[in-house]
Each structure stands twice: as C-alpha cells, then as structure tokens.
Design a protein around this ligand. Structure first.
Ligand SMILES: [Zn+2]
Length: 275
C-alpha cells in the first residue's frame, strides 16, 4: 500500500511529466473506484484546463489546474499512473484516462479499485474537502516536532504505533514506515502513548524524518505492486531493517525480529533493541 514516500515519488514524476500540459478530454471506464466516479463533473471541471502544479498532502495527490480548478487523487492499494500515446490500446484496469492536447494520455490503472479521482470546480468553497482538511501536519514539515507529538499522545493509552497511523495526528505514515521508524527510535511499537517521554517523542520525530527522507530518495518501497510513473519499482525494500523480517536476526543485535498483529496490521520489532 503506497505511503508518503511512494506518493511523493509519484507526485514528483507526474509534476515533471505533466505540468504545463492541457487536458482535453476525460474518459471514465468504470462507475466507481473507492467511491462513485462522477464522470460528468470530472469532465466539466477538468476538460480544457492546464495542469499548473502537482503536489502531495498526506497520501493524496493534489493537482492544481488553471482557473482554480483542482483534482484530488489517491492511489488506494494498487493505483499507479501511466503516460502513454493515445494510439496505445487501453489496458484492462486503466479506469480513468485523461487525454492531453499533445496526443498522449495520462491513465490511472487500479486493479483493486480502492483509488480515488475527484475534481473540484473553479471558485468553489468546497476546497479543501474534509479528507484533506482533517489531516495532521506533514511529518517532514516544521509543525511535526517532539513537543507537538508529546502533546498529542500523552494521556493516550493506545500503542504508539497505532497512534502514528492516525492521519489526524500526522499525515502520510503507514504500516511499513511506522515499524521502521520505531525500530530506529528504539521504541517498542506496543508501548502506550502516555508512556513516551518528551525526549522519546523527539527521537520518534527524528527517526520519522530520517526514514521518510531516505525512502523518498530511494523512490519508495515496493512490497507488492507499487511502481512509479515510469514503471519502475521503489528501491527502499532492501533498506528495511525490521519490516517483513519476522523470525530473522535483527541486523543490529542478532536477536530474532518479532512479528505481532496490532490493530489488524503486522508489526515488526526487535525485543532487544526496542524498549
Ligand atoms: Zn536488535
């Protein structure tokens, strides 16, 4: 499932490929992805508009169009983008296709259909939608720091790993990177939020920045299906220290890495390195 580094990688690539280009037509080939696709609204909001800027907020892609129109996209579990010539036949799972003025097409491929493609009309005050407005600070931005994290989680009985996955607390962290950053911070994923001191929170923030920055530099992680816009897989898999390594020796101390299920998700940690 794509997390912040994968979405950031895609955003940067889409920006490089698409900024400055004009969308002439939008074709929707299914009725719904995660939510119903509003084909008529998409066409009205997007057709004829130029792509000015493509960025990321949490795990969402935000496309700013001319006339103050916008697109918001989410990769869901299996979403990827392709930029292909119009003459290339449409693939089976290419559910939304944006035709560009120069004859190429920007296609959203999503076999599991948990992704999202939504548009916002120019000058409407429904921007930002609740799914964006409710997000916590960006983990690589200045508002995510030790004091902030400490304020948010003190008094919480819930495990630190589960708290970090709450997008209202901090945006974009998912299951893989939560395990990795807690290993680097030396903190057990099952430790209750209220049992983290201020210095421990500062270590979590520091480890978060390190892991996400390195993962972005490696083009993200490809656990199952993620590929970037150029069809390449992320390279961060080989740098994962605990995720997916249950029973294997810890790369720091040699003790077997433990695997637990927490809130329905697999969690990995070293019982010796993490307290
Ligand atoms: Zn260890």
């Amino acid at each position: 499932v794509p997390e912040l580094p994968e979405v950031e990688t895609v955003a940067r690539q889409l920006a490089r490929h698409l900024e400055g280009r004009t969308i002439t037509r939008v074709h929707t080939h299914v009725d719904s992805l995660r939510r119903p696709l509003q084909g008529g609204k998409l066409r009205a909001d997007v057709e004829g508009r130029t792509i000015l800027r493509i960025g990321r907020r949490g795990k969402y892609l935000v496309v700013e169009l001319s006339d103050d129109a916008r697109l918001m996209l989410h990769l869901g579990m299996t979403g990827t983008f392709r930029i292909l010539s119009r003459s290339q036949p449409r693939g089976k799972h290419e559910h939304v296709v944006f035709s560009l003025a120069d004859g190429e097409q920007w296609r959203f491929f999503d076999p599991r259909r948990f992704g999202m493609v939504e548009s916002f009309a120019p000058g409407q005050d429904d921007w930002p939608p609740p799914s964006l407005a409710g997000l916590g600070p960006e983990p690589l931005g200045p508002d995510f720091h030790g004091d902030y994290l400490h304020q948010c989680i003190r008094g919480h009985r819930q495990a630190i790993k589960v708290l970090l996955l709450d997008q209202r607390l901090v945006a974009g962290i998912g299951n893989i990177y939560a395990s990795e950053l807690l290993f680097r911070a030396g903190i057990r994923p099952g430790r209750g939020g209220r049992r983290l001191t201020r210095p421990a929170c500062a270590r979590v923030v520091c480890a978060t920045r390190e892991v996400l920055t390195e993962a972005i530099a490696a083009g993200g992680t490809t656990i199952s299906t993620y590929t970037n816009v150029d069809g390449e897989m992320g390279m961060f898999d080989r740098e994962l220290l605990v995720y997916g390594r249950g029973g294997e020796p810890c790369l720091v101390c040699g003790h077997p890495v433990r695997q637990r299920v927490q809130a329905g998700r697999s969690t990995y940690f070293c019982p010796r390195c993490q307290k």
